[in-house]
Write a new protein. Structure first.
Length: 201
């Protein structure tokens, strides 16, 4: 039997992770983007710098972030989408009982108090990463992917040894934002960051 808990304020785990530091790498084409990375300390006897990995823990492990569970996650891409000028806000519909399985009373989960208007494409505009890529536009999302995929390869590319079979793919030692754009345009890479009703924001 599926019984929903009474409405309570959930507890969340937050704070820095041990033996590591959350850092952000800015973009060059889009300097305002901040790609989260984690520098993991190694033992001093190793005589090596920290190991850098991509950090998918969100704002919860960033001591500088104020976490408010009732406001949801920061809308990181809202500015990127609005700056493109090809979308518009519109009045979304109200929440209907069917959306919540006709739940009532203690079984009804309350709405977020800070609701945002959904966005849609303006007339005649295609607002997918594929459309931007084929138009030759490097979006912040594409540069974000390039920075994340490199993980220090720009510094280490001289030391990288090629191995394995490339099967004809022109895989560079350093992933540039334009390489990401080209792969998306060719249909060989997908960035699941299109602007839909939920926006993923």
């Amino acid at each position: 039997m599926n019984i929903a808990a009474k409405n309570i304020t959930p507890e969340i785990t937050k704070g820095p992770l041990p033996a590591s530091e959350k850092v952000y790498h800015p973009g060059e084409i889009h300097p305002h983007i901040r790609v989260p990375m984690r520098e993991i300390a190694v033992h001093p006897t190793a005589g090596e710098p920290p190991v850098t990995v991509y950090d998918s823990s969100g704002p919860y492990t960033d001591p500088a972030q104020a976490i408010d569970i009732e406001k949801g996650l920061p809308r990181l891409r809202a500015g990127w989408i609005a700056d493109r000028g090809d979308t518009e806000e519109y009045e979304g519909r109200i929440v209907k009982p069917v959306d919540n399985g006709f739940a009532t009373g203690d079984r009804l989960t309350p709405e977020f108090p800070d609701l945002h208007k959904p966005r849609r494409a303006k007339a005649g505009k295609a607002v997918t990463q594929l459309a931007y890529a084929r138009a030759g536009i490097i979006t912040p999302e594409m540069e974000f992917v390039a920075i994340r995929e490199n993980l220090g390869r720009k510094v280490l590319k001289e030391k990288l040894a090629r191995d394995g079979e490339s099967f004809g793919a022109a895989m560079p030692d350093f992933i540039t934002p334009d390489f990401v754009r080209e792969e998306v345009a060719r249909g060989r890479a997908i960035i699941p960051s299109n602007m839909g009703p939920e926006q993923g924001l």
